[in-house]
Design a protein. Structure first.
Length: 178
């Protein structure tokens, strides 16, 4: 979605190149309005890439992303460990059913696997909660960075640019007053 500006002529009679918002680079570029409307009419927007997910990342965000990635790896390793514990638990039950071990051995072995599952479940709960929190913090940092970049780019615009917008405060005031 592009923000189109109204086409007006300057003193020379030429159509000026007005800034057009680009959602991919999150910046304004000096494209003519004909280019922007052509892109909208074609409906051919550039596809999002993995790199665009991290377009607002700066050096301060790297520590948060690193923590989130490490927690994701640890959280991913816990799930197979739980599967192994459950498998060993059922192997002991099958061994008891086949008569390979007696009741006392079954109780000792399954008690150990139950404690292991409880510990792994608790660790998984803590790791996955921390994992979620780290990614939420990273997302909020990204949103803050995007807001700041957008606000700073809006501050750099001349007042003339705001007056030429079809949507915004100027057109809102006109609609409210009439």
């Amino acid at each position: 979605m592009f923000i189109e500006t109204s086409s007006s002529s300057d003193i020379t009679g030429k159509s000026p190149e007005l800034p057009v918002w680009s959602p991919v680079s999150c910046s304004f570029s000096a494209k003519t309005t004909q280019t922007a409307s052509k892109t909208e009419d074609d409906g051919a927007a550039s596809p999002a890439t993995w790199r665009s997910l991290f377009s607002f990342t700066n050096r301060h965000h790297i520590s948060t992303v690193s923590v989130a990635l490490i927690l994701a790896i640890i959280g991913g390793l816990i799930k197979p460990a739980i599967a192994i514990c459950v498998g060993e638990f059922f192997q002991d039950l099958a061994s008891y059913g086949a008569g390979k071990i007696n009741g006392a051995e079954l109780t000792a072995k399954t008690s150990w696997w139950c404690v292991g599952l409880a510990v792994l479940g608790s660790v998984s709960w803590l790791i996955n909660g921390s994992f979620l929190s780290a990614w939420m913090v990273f997302g909020e940092l990204q949103a803050r960075s995007a807001r700041e970049k957008l606000f700073n780019s809006m501050l750099e615009k001349a007042m003339e640019w705001y007056d030429l917008q079809e949507d915004g405060i100027e057109s809102l005031l006109t609609r409210i007053q009439t």
